[in-house]
Write a protein that binds this ligand. Structure first.
Ligand code: FEO
Ligand code: CA
Ligand code: CA
Ligand code: CA
Length: 671
């Protein structure tokens, strides 16, 4: 192993901090620079642009009268009593609702899974049990295409692992001082087996409560240790993805850092491979042809000990393996034997997720944020059209189409720039010899096209009622004062913002859009923070660091947060779910609905088709900033965690879990 490259910062600090080092060195204007051209910096710093009707109209490029017209006629739609800010060892839900744990790390997924014993865990057991750090959740009705709100599958991403909470007697391994010294092959293999995805079958019972269907033949794990995935699309078989163990350049072991995702109308789930660089170690020889590419993605990240025991994660030994991660992966949960496909046409970035919408002409759009400081917002448009009558005809739709990256202009307009080999600067003169090169180095291609550098793009969601697109920027504490602007209006932005994008006639294939800020997160009462919401938002209604979100079928917006280690500084309250109005006179009004246990972020908000159930993923309970909560002031470990949520049993560590939220009276959420 070479020494870690994180300059003494731990893995989770690195997660917060960038996600690693802010490696976009291109000279494209940050969106801040763009707004500078439109508005005086003083106005921007005062936060005058977001929130007010005039500001919204201005920044959307709409006449004010039109914005006012949109504002009339929509009533306040969230009818529940708000959960207060706070932080403690357990979760909280609004009065009149239930929030029950459905499945936890280690629970059985396949019919032959052994019982969970965290004191004697094995990789073989973990391959059959629910993985660690549940993230995105997809609800897939059973049978296929039925829309059944009472029986279905959940397909769940497992993003990463926390060794100090998973393994007894284990200190954090990812610091310069410890350098993974206690990690063994067995522990590394358990970590790899705890990554990937789970498929479970669930049903709603007569009492209105959900349960797992035990022994379901749909039960399935896809892991990072041994599950085969296939590279598909323009990069499949290319020389740059061929390795010693896979000379075909088509067969990859596993999928990693599966963060957010999306669901296709043909009944598959898309999973974003996000911080894949963290699993690689070693050192590439100087002057190696992949040197610039690896650097642009932060490879090797040295966040884990995997390269010590698995040569493919050592870039010295296998320089091409890193090119086989960072893709959007499509899985068909209705066919438990299907091979997940890495859809390379969608580009290689640190994909937060992949949100799917069928355009009115039948072409399919997939939106994805590249979650790192100063990275970009992307969309992919298929060449072919969705065929509702022939599932098979849609199964490779995502292999052929055009990838675009967003530029946000100073006049409140924006442009989608195509990443197409041979067009503009994407030529051999700049080191691109094919579309495969453009896709493998999508970040560098986007640099050359002049895309706008954003404040860590997380999830992108589309309102199913009106087609408006919401791009969530979680934070970017490294944005400098000279880089601020209307869309990223704050330097040292620890709080994030949500950007609304409107494409002409809601045509998702359009090359242009109008944009404005829906809200600016952080405390609205602190002038130094300048959070911007509807003025009626209460002292519990504001939040920091939006990340994952979902629209229900009525077009109401539910936003989750991930403040990470910095939660105390960002807000002082735990992460949770807030319900946010996007339309009408209450636009920008936010109310807290659910609150996490200490140290957890919230992921995966996912509704059943009838809006009567919301699934959320409580990720890494006790982990993030646990030392700011415990009396000892020490970071959480297996033996001494900030919380033992959700079991609260002696000897049982905290367990990332999916929670199911229903209304006690059985009606739709927020009614
Ligand atoms: Fe995995 Fe960007 O959250
Ligand atoms: Ca996460
Ligand atoms: Ca996320
Ligand atoms: Ca996040």
């Amino acid at each position: 192993m070479t020494r870690p490259t994180f300059d003494g910062r731990s893995r989770s600090e690195a997660y917060e901090d960038s996600q690693n080092v802010g490696i976009n060195h291109s000279v494209n204007p940050a969106i801040g620079d763009v707004v500078q051209q439109r508005y005086g910096r003083r106005d921007v710093l005062k936060g005058l642009l977001a929130g007010s009707a005039a500001g919204i109209a201005l920044s959307a490029g709409l006449p004010i009268g039109k914005a006012d017209a949109q504002a009339n006629g929509t009533r306040h739609s969230f009818n529940f009593k708000e959960v207060p800010h706070g932080v403690d060892r357990t979760h909280h839900i609004a009065e009149g609702y239930d929030a029950d744990v459905l499945i936890r790390w280690g629970d059985p997924v396949t019919p032959d899974a052994p019982p969970f014993d965290p004191h004697r865990q094995t990789a073989a057991a973990q391959q059959k049990q629910f993985g660690y750090n549940n993230d995105y959740i997809a609800y897939m009705p059973l049978p296929l295409g039925s829309g059944n709100p009472n029986r279905g599958m959940l397909v769940i991403n497992h993003e990463y692992t926390n060794e100090e909470l998973m393994f007894p007697g284990m200190a954090r391994q990812d610091s310069k001082e410890v350098l993974f010294r206690d990690m063994t092959q067995n522990l590394v293999d358990i970590e790899m087996a705890a990554h990937g995805m789970s498929v479970v079958e669930i049903q709603k019972n007569a009492d209105g409560k959900w349960s797992l269907v035990s022994g379901s033949l749909f039960g399935r794990r896809v892991d990072g240790l041994a599950s085969l995935c296939e590279l598909s699309g323009p990069v499949a078989g290319h020389a740059r993805v061929k390795t010693k163990t896979d000379p075909s350049g088509r067969h990859v072991i596993g999928t990693l850092n599966n963060c957010a995702g999306g669901v296709t109308p043909w009944g598959t789930m898309l999973s974003g491979e996000e911080n894949f660089h963290g699993y690689f170690g070693g050192k590439l020889e100087a002057g190696h042809p992949e040197e610039g590419n690896h650097k642009r993605y932060g490879v090797p990240g040295n966040w884990y000990a995997w390269a010590k025991f698995h040569d493919r994660f050592d870039v010295t030994k296998e320089p091409n393996e890193a090119n086989r991660y960072g893709w959007v992966v499509e899985i068909d949960p209705y066919d438990p034997k299907s091979t997940p496909k890495k859809r390379t046409a969608l580009g290689r970035t640190k994909h937060e997720g992949a949100t799917v919408v069928v355009n009115k002409d039948g072409r399919v759009a997939v939106y994805s944020g590249d979650d790192e400081r100063f990275e970009y917002v992307y969309k992919f448009i298929t060449r072919g059209r969705y065929n509702p009558g022939n599932r098979q005809a849609n199964m490779n739709l995502l292999d052929d189409g055009t990838l675009f990256v967003a530029r946000y202009d100073a006049n409140g307009r924006g442009e989608w720039l195509p990443l197409v080999y041979g067009q503009g600067p994407l030529t051999p003169a700049n080191g691109f010899s094919s579309q495969a090169d453009v896709l493998i180095e999508a970040r560098r291609a986007a640099d050359l096209l002049g895309a706008t550098k954003m404040d860590r793009p997380e999830e992108i969601e589309v309102n199913p009622v009106n087609g408006k697109v919401y791009a969530i920027m979680t934070n970017n504490s490294r944005r400098k004062p000279e880089q601020v602007d209307a869309a990223n209006p704050r330097a040292g932005n620890q709080w994030g913002q949500i950007i609304e994008m409107i494409q002409p006639d809601n045509d998702h294939t359009a090359n242009t859009f109008a944009w404005n800020i829906l809200l600016q997160a952080g405390n609205p009462a602190d002038p130094k923070v300048a959070g911007k919401y509807h003025t009626q938002t209460s002292a519990n209604g504001w939040f920091a660091c939006p990340d994952n979100a979902a629209f229900d079928s009525q077009g109401r917006f539910w936003v989750g947060t991930d403040q990470g280690e910095a939660w105390q500084k960002a807000s002082g309250t735990a992460d949770g779910i807030w319900a946010v109005e996007t339309e009408g006179p209450n636009r920008g009004l936010s109310k807290q609905f659910f609150r996490n246990p200490v140290g957890a972020e919230i992921c995966g908000p996912c509704f059943t088709p009838d809006d009567k159930t919301l699934f959320v993923a409580v990720q890494h309970p006790a982990a993030d900033g646990g030392e700011k909560f415990t009396k000892s002031g020490k970071g959480s470990t297996f033996e001494d965690p900030a919380t033992r949520w959700p079991d609260f049993q002696p000897g049982m560590p905290p367990r990332p879990s999916v929670v199911v939220i229903t209304k006690k009276d059985g009606r739709i959420l927020g009614s």
